[in-house]
Design a protein around this ligand. Structure first.
Ligand code: AMP
Length: 244
């Protein structure tokens, strides 16, 4: 399909002439382990828009030993947040890429009020405003989700040894690659990440909730497919799209 078909410049409604749904900028919010990454990947496939995970971008920097990666390394290993200005700059750069034109899913950003306010300024002229979806899972379920999580280094598929195990232990069903565990997916680091979530990110959720109209909450404790379905329905509702 031609790029112009999806142009959102000057549009006030998310439906193109060809009746394509335009998701625009979507934020997935929620505590560590609620399934933001899993759902972002599903949305990416469903809507053809990129997942922009600040955690993944930072892990890429770490792997490549860039100055940002080296600066972030220790903080990430401890479950603490990377300074706002560095993360904002990284996001700003990513948002200039052409694949973001029809929309994108921000996964793990914003995580502080400062980042949320910065994003508002960045998107002040965006034809479609941000919509924020908060995924909610009872806290007692999160530890198992985090410590059981494994992912494929090739295709990024996320498994869980307790709830979504691969067919063969520690091997990706799709790629046959050996699954890996994130260095920060351990019990002690999980508690640090929850502390950062409660002291910094909970306020971001309150911020979007207070701005009403473009905020919704979904139950993340049901199956992956059911969560995806409620997010999809929520996006259609927030964008006032009939889905037909
Ligand atoms: P995630 O993959 O989203 O769980 O992020 C992994 C780690 O990357 C976090 O524990 C933080 O150290 C860092 N990080 C990711 N996103 C952000 C952000 N928006 N602001 C600050 N630090 C972040």
């Amino acid at each position: 399909m031609k790029q112009e078909r999806f142009s959102i410049v000057g549009m006030t409604h998310p439906v193109t002439n060809s009746n394509e749904f335009l998701p625009g900028p979507v934020l997935l919010l929620g505590a560590p382990g609620v399934g933001k990454g899993t759902q972002a990947k599903r949305l990416m496939d469903a809507f053809g828009i990129p997942q922009i995970s600040t955690g993944d971008l930072l892990r890429e920097h770490r792997k490549n030993h860039t100055p940002l990666g080296m600066m972030a390394d220790d903080l990430m290993a401890k479950g603490q947040l990377v300074p706002d200005d560095l993360v904002n700059e990284m996001v700003a750069k990513r948002l200039t890429e052409p694949d973001t034109q029809r929309g994108y899913i921000l996964d793990g950003f914003p995580r502080t009020l400062n980042q949320a306010e910065w994003l508002d300024q960045q998107l002040a002229d965006s034809p479609l405003p941000v919509v924020a979806v908060n995924i909610v899972v009872p806290e007692r379920e999160l530890l198992e989700r985090i410590t059981g999580r494994l992912s494929c280094p090739v295709c990024g598929t996320i498994y869980n040894v307790y709830s979504e195990p691969p067919r063969h232990a520690r091997v990706c069903d799709r790629e046959g690659a050996k699954l890996i565990q994130r260095v920060d997916d351990t019990e002690p680091v999980f508690y640090e990440r929850m502390k950062a979530f409660q002291s910094k990110t909970a306020a971001v959720i309150a911020y979007y909730r207070a701005h009403g109209g473009r905020f919704a909450e979904v139950d993340g404790s049901v199956s992956v497919d059911a969560v995806m379905e409620s997010i999809r329905a929520t996006l259609f509702r927030l964008r006032q799209y009939s889905g037909t």
